[in-house]
Design a protein around this ligand. Structure first.
Ligand code: ZN
Length: 404
C-alpha cells in the first residue's frame, strides 16, 4: 500500500483539501493523512510540494498513432485535399523513422498527463508501440473497404490484426474494433465486424459525418467524393446512406468521432441508441470542417467527449491544449460550466464511454492520476484555470505505478 499526500484533490468538480489517497493498483481510501497512516501503518507515504493538485489522469479516446510522423507533409484547410495528401504521403509517413515518431507521440501523451488512450489502428503497425506503452490502451483495429469484391480479403486482414492484438496480455491493454466510416466500409464488412464486437463484448468506434463531402456523398452520391470514388475505386454510388449506417450500431453503444455534419434526425438516432460523440476541435478546424454543435448534443442528452485525433490532423497530442481550443471555439457556451464539462469529458466521461474503471479519484477506481503544480490555493474557477494555464505536470501514475 502507498499513500500520497497532495495539498488538493479534484474529485469530479469538487476540491478536497488536506486529504490523502491510499492506493495500490486501485484507489483504496481517501481520508486525512493521519487516518490513513493509522489504517495502513506500513504504507510508504509520499509528500508532495506546496499547492500540488492530484486529479484523474486524462483519457484521449481517439488518436491515430500510425500517422505520428506527420508535421508538415499533409495539406490542411480543406478535407478533400487533405485526404488526397494522406493517400499520396501514406507510405512515406509509415516508413523510415515511423517507429521513433510513434514512440515519441506515446511519450508526449504521457508527459501531457494522458494515462489512457484509444488508438485507431489502420494497419497494425502501431501494435508493438502500444503494447510497450506505459498507458492503458484501447486498441481499435480498423476495418475498411467499400468494394464487395475485396470484402473477403479485407476482412481476413482485419481479423489477423484483431487476433494479433488479442495475443497481447498485459494489464491495461484492450483489443477493440473500429469501423472506418460510412463511405469507406461495405455493409457486409460492417455487419461481420459488429457481430464479433457483440459476441466478444469489445468496444466499438467509427468516424461519422466529418465533412461536407461525406454528407453529399451519403445523401446523393454527389459532391467531392464522386470523382474520388470514380477515379480510385471505379465506384459510382455510396455503399450505404447515413441512417442505414447508423442502424447497424443500434444494439451497441458506439463512440462516433466528429459528427459535425449530422442532421437532426441522425442526432436523434444517436441519442436513442446511447452512442457517444467524440469531439476533435483542432482536427475539425485544420481540415476545414464545421465545429461540433455541443449545445444541441447537451439538449438531446448525447454524451460527448474530447479527443485529439492523430498528428495527421493536429500539431500536438495534448488534451489541455485541446480543451483550451474547444473553450475558445464555443464562445456562447457558459465559460465555467463548459470548462467543467471539458474536464469531465477527458476523465469520467471518456472512461464511461470506453467502459473502463478509471477517470475518477474514487475508492475502487484504478489508480490513474496526475499531479499538477498549482501556484496558489485554487478558487471556484479552478476548471478555467486548469485549462488556461497548463500547469506543470510533475508526476503521472498509471495503475498505481509512478511513470513520471
Ligand atoms: Zn480519426
Amino acid at each position: 500500500m502507498k499513500i500520497i499526500a497532495p495539498n488538493y484533490i479534484l474529485v469530479g468538480d469538487t476540491l478536497l483539501k488536506n486529504q490523502a489517497v491510499a492506493y495500490d493498483k486501485t484507489i483504496q481510501k481517501i481520508d486525512s493523512l493521519d487516518a490513513l497512516t493509522t489504517l495502513y501503518p506500513d504504507a510508504r507515504v509520499e509528500h508532495l510540494r506546496e499547492h500540488s493538485l492530484l486529479m484523474s489522469g486524462l483519457i484521449n479516446a481517439h488518436v491515430h498513432i500510425e500517422f505520428s510522423a506527420n508535421k508538415t507533409a499533409l495539406s490542411y484547410g480543406d478535407f478533400m485535399p487533405w485526404l488526397y495528401s494522406v493517400i499520396k504521403n501514406r507510405e512515406e509517413l509509415m516508413e523510415g523513422e515511423a517507429t521513433q515518431s510513434m514512440e515519441k507521440a506515446v511519450d508526449a501523451m504521457l508527459q501531457n498527463g494522458i494515462t489512457t488512450f484509444g488508438a485507431i489502428s489502420s494497419h497494425g503497425m502501431d501494435l508493438d508501440v502500444c503494447q510497450k506503452a506505459k498507458q492503458n490502451v484501447v486498441y481499435f483495429n480498423e476495418v475498411i473497404g467499400s468494394q464487395a469484391t475485396m470484402a473477403d480479403a479485407l476482412f481476413a486482414d482485419f481479423l489477423s490484426r484483431l487476433d494479433a492484438s488479442k495475443e497481447i496480455s498485459r494489464e491495461g491493454f484492450f483489443p477493440a474494433v473500429a469501423v472506418h466510416s460510412p463511405y469507406s466500409v461495405h455493409p457486409v464488412l460492417i455487419k461481420k465486424a459488429i457481430n464479433i464486437v457483440k459476441n466478444e463484448g469489445l468496444k466499438l468506434t467509427a468516424h461519422f459525418m466529418e465533412s461536407k463531402a461525406e454528407r453529399e456523398w451519403l445523401d446523393s452520391s454527389q459532391g467531392d467524393f464522386k470523382t474520388f470514388f470514380k477515379e480510385l475505386l471505379k465506384q459510382e454510388h455510396c455503399v450505404c446512406d447515413a441512417q442505414e449506417f447508423l442502424s447497424f450500431f443500434d444494439d451497441v453503444p458506439t463512440l462516433l468521432t466528429h459528427a459535425v455534419q449530422t442532421n437532426e434526425e441522425e442526432r436523434e438516432t444517436i441519442a436513442r441508441h446511447k452512442h457517444t460523440i467524440i469531439h476533435c476541435p483542432i482536427s475539425n478546424r485544420l481540415l476545414g470542417n464545421p465545429t461540433l454543435n455541443i449545445k444541441d448534443l447537451n439538449d438531446k442528452n448525447i454524451p460527448w467527449i474530447l479527443a485529439t485525433d492523430g498528428l495527421s490532423s493536429n500539431y500536438a497530442l495534448d488534451l489541455f491544449e485541446e480543451m483550451k481550443l474547444s473553450l475558445f471555439m464555443h464562445p456562447s457556451a457558459p465559460l465555467l460550466l463548459f470548462a467543467k464539462s471539458l474536464i469531465h469529458s477527458v476523465t469520467k466521461g471518456a472512461a464511461d464511454a470506453l467502459g473502463l474503471n478509471t477517470g475518477e479519484i474514487k475508492e475502487g477506481k484504478n489508480a490513474d492520476f496526475i499531479i499538477l503544480d498549482l501556484e496558489k490555493e485554487p478558487n471556484d474557477e479552478l476548471a478555467i484555470h486548469l485549462i488556461l494555464h497548463r500547469y506543470n505536470i510533475s508526476n503521472v501514475y498509471i495503475n498505481g505505478s509512478k511513470e513520471i
